[in-house]
Design a protein around this ligand. Structure first.
Ligand SMILES: Cc1cc2nc3c(=O)[nH]c(=O)nc-3n(C[C@H](O)[C@H](O)[C@H](O)COP(=O)(O)O)c2cc1C
Length: 342
């Protein structure tokens, strides 16, 4: 069905369609049985799919990746599409508009997207208000970042502000230091800068009645030595897991004509060109940590088989974003069916 709709959706800009789809999803709550009908169509429930990871019970391991619902405005609506969990954000302390439009581009020949959104979001206070309305039965992760204008030396304050405000409202946290669209953000993946950020968060967590998991989201462009350094920080600071990976700045091996790719310009590439790299990264991290560190595998999961490969590579949970755009809402159900019957 989505195959017939997709050419029409793809006539419009990705950001326009994103907003239109979110509006339609939101309208479901005003239609009698709207959400329950969609949920019935899109959900595949089996006891064998549920798993406990870092102390949280996930109904299925397929999540919606960060960036889709940055402001947590549609968590309850998106849950109808069969996801086992939703990661909201990236959230920054203050609202910011992000980069000038256009800032999101499709590469249909590569089943890929390039985006340079630049952490556009309504700021942590607005997100907290939205999360107050979330269904408490859903698993919601909060992905946190820093404001673009905050210099890197003050980044720990931004992460700490978001973490403290969101702590009562999210089930787990992801420290995003790997977005290629915020100037110099990826430098925060170095040992010293990462440690400074993470210590602020763990200090806050230590004073809370409930211990909530903190994960690091890494770039697929890191070298093995840089991944090792991040893993050392995770081990030393007793973090709970890793999200591999964010979008890449690489452009090699694309089918899209070079001139078109050049015309798009800067941004993070996601989708099918990332499949192999994300898989290798997850395999590497799993081997390095002897399968003991929880990994959320994300990047280029476009088919149920990609999802299965990611889990076999060592991911404990997975997430989709670009695959959802190209394959449509039934992708989650198809993945769940594949995993359950594997
Ligand atoms: C339009 C867009 C916006 C994104 N925004 C964020 C973000 O705010 N924070 C983040 O950690 N990742 C963000 N991502 C990265 C995704 O969460 C994911 O890591 C990446 O797209 C790879 O997965 P995919 O190939 O399934 O899309 C964004 C991706 C896209 C396409």
């Amino acid at each position: 069905m989505y195959r017939f709709f997709r050419p029409i959706l793809f006539l419009f800009s990705p950001e326009f369609i994103h907003q239109a789809v979110m509006l339609m999803l939101g309208a479901l709550r005003f239609i009698p049985w709207g959400r329950s009908v969609v949920k019935k169509c899109c959900t595949y429930q089996r006891q064998s799919l549920s798993k406990v990871v870092f102390g949280i019970n996930f109904q299925n391991p397929v999540g919606l990746a960060a960036g889709f619902d940055k402001n947590a405005e549609h968590v309850n609506d998106l849950a109808c599409l069969g996801f086992g969990y939703i990661e909201i954000g990236s959230v920054t302390p203050l609202a910011q508009g992000g980069n000038p439009k256009p800032r999101s581009f499709r590469l249909p020949n590569d089943r890929a997207l390039i985006n340079r959104m630049g952490f556009n979001n309504k700021g942590v206070e607005a997100v907290v208000q939205n999360l107050r309305r979330r269904n408490p039965k859903l698993v919601v992760g909060a992905n946190i970042g820093k404001n673009t204008l905050t210099p890197n030396e003050h980044a720990p304050n931004d992460y700490a502000t978001c973490f403290a405000a969101l702590y009562p409202h999210a089930d787990y946290f992801v420290v995003n230091v790997s977005c290629p669209n915020v100037s110099c953000l990826r430098e925060l993946q170095s040992r010293e800068q990462l440690t400074a950020i993470v210590r602020r968060l763990t200090a806050h967590r230590a004073a809370q009645p409930q211990r909530k998991p903190i994960l690091l989201k890494l770039s697929p462009d890191l070298t093995p030595a840089q991944i090792d350094e991040a893993l050392e920080v995770i081990a030393n600071e007793r973090l709970d897991g890793v999200v591999a990976a964010n979008t890449t700045t690489r452009r090699d091996g694309l089918q899209t004509p070079q001139a078109e790719v050049d015309a798009i310009g800067n941004g993070g590439l996601s989708g099918a060109p990332l499949t192999q790299r994300a898989l290798e990264m997850v395999r590497y991290i799993s081997r390095k940590t002897h399968g003991k560190l929880p990994i959320i595998g994300v990047g280029g999961i476009m088919t149920p088989q990609d999802a299965r490969n990611m889990l076999q590579a060592g991911a404990w949970l997975i997430q989709v974003y670009t695959g959802f755009i190209y394959q449509g809402p039934m992708l989650v159900k198809k993945i769940c069916r594949e995993i359950a019957t594997a």
